[in-house]
Design a protein around this ligand. Sequence first.
Ligand SMILES: Cc1cc2nc3c(=O)[nH]c(=O)nc-3n(C[C@H](O)[C@H](O)[C@H](O)COP(=O)(O)OP(=O)(O)OC[C@H]3O[C@@H](n4cnc5c(N)ncnc54)[C@H](O)[C@@H]3O)c2cc1C
Length: 407
Amino acid sequence: MSAIAFDIPEDIRAMRDGLRAFAEAEVLPRHEANRDLFEDQRRLYNEDGRFSDELLQLIGEVRRAASKAGYYQMCVPEHLGGGGMGHLAYFVGWEELFRVCGPQNWLMLYAVSHWAFGPSRMLEKVTEEARAEMLAPMMAGEKSMCFGLSEPGAGSDASQIKTRAVPDGNGWRISGRKIWTSNSPVADYCVVFAVTDPDTRGGISAFLVPTDSPGFQVQRIVKLFGHIGGDEGELLLEDIRVEPWQLVGELHQGFAAALYGVSLGRIYNSARAVGYGRWALEQALEYAGIREAFGKTISEYQGVTFPLAESATELHAAHLMALNSATLLDRGEAAVKELSMTKAYAVQVGYKAVDRAMQTHGAMGFANELGLYHAWHALRIVNVADGTNEILNRTIAQRLLKGDRDL
Ligand SMILES: Cc1cc2nc3c(=O)[nH]c(=O)nc-3n(C[C@H](O)[C@H](O)[C@H](O)COP(=O)(O)OP(=O)(O)OC[C@H]3O[C@@H](n4cnc5c(N)ncnc54)[C@H](O)[C@@H]3O)c2cc1C
């Protein structure tokens, strides 16, 4: 029996099953064998807050194995050597990984390339020269990148960034600051967004900058939720020389290059919300069936089960919305309104499902070993990262007011 009437194509179903088998063979055993490491923040991070060598070794192993198996680069266009799969596959694959692995077994984050950190269709926007240098190691999972748009003074309104790329001979010199740049502490390249046309709002260009370029510095690791390290960096960019081959997309059209990847990011986060939400709901249902209070299992109390029923309904709706948005994107439609609705709704209901699962568990909901708090953190963050809920609502309202009212 299936709750979904959408006809998922055979190749995508095969990918999903293969990816689950990959996670069972390459991800879960690594967590099992390294439980002590994953439970000890002092071993996960170095003094400066960067991932430790022990952790990077495991991440590298998963990435390389996923690349060999063809999952890592499955959504890279075929003409660049990837699997040529689209948004629907990206959603289905990630949703499976998040749900099956749960939040504790998070090496699965490296089983499929994240569009901003590894190879994706964004690589269509880099020059032939850049591709000759970076494509092979990126596809093999040997090298990674990061996406430097947000700054201390500009987040939602990215048009206000202050980083400048000033013409210098046939190239430019970049100076400025970036913050929240995920994967930057370990990345080999950064796509840096900088103002190139200061007289035009949004006159911004994107540049591919090797992180060992003179003037590129990860100044500090931004730590979140009481962790002693992290994966988000604050960058200082001082007079970095870039050549024409480093331009990504068209000059002054950096936002177009950014938007080229963002649809994958929003599908990814919708999958994360639906997957973790479903995982948490499962935990809550299991626990409600065995925990007793006042002489009955707590599943006998509607006060416990009705919130879970509501989460099931919401997650089902988010799941259907995501399948729909991904299908529209694969048909070549921009689906701006639908994708904004999907990401905003999915992360809110996913977060609520995790929160409700915590409540169902009582005090046990906060115990480290259950991992609910990992999912709670992850989904709380994506209510802000990758377009805040408010900015997505703003986009939806703008589309409605322009006459896009098909629902
Ligand atoms: C874990 C994490 C990882 C990230 N990774 C990256 C990355 O790799 N690269 C990168 O470039 N950025 C990254 N970001 C930054 C992210 O894109 C920004 O946090 C996001 O765009 C919001 O910007 P802000 O945090 O500056 O909030 P602000 O823009 O300052 O917003 C503050 C509040 O005001 C609200 N608000 C703002 N404008 C409006 C409006 N017009 N109407 C209604 N409400 C409004 C917002 O919704 C928010 O609630 C990351 C963020 C996080 C948390």
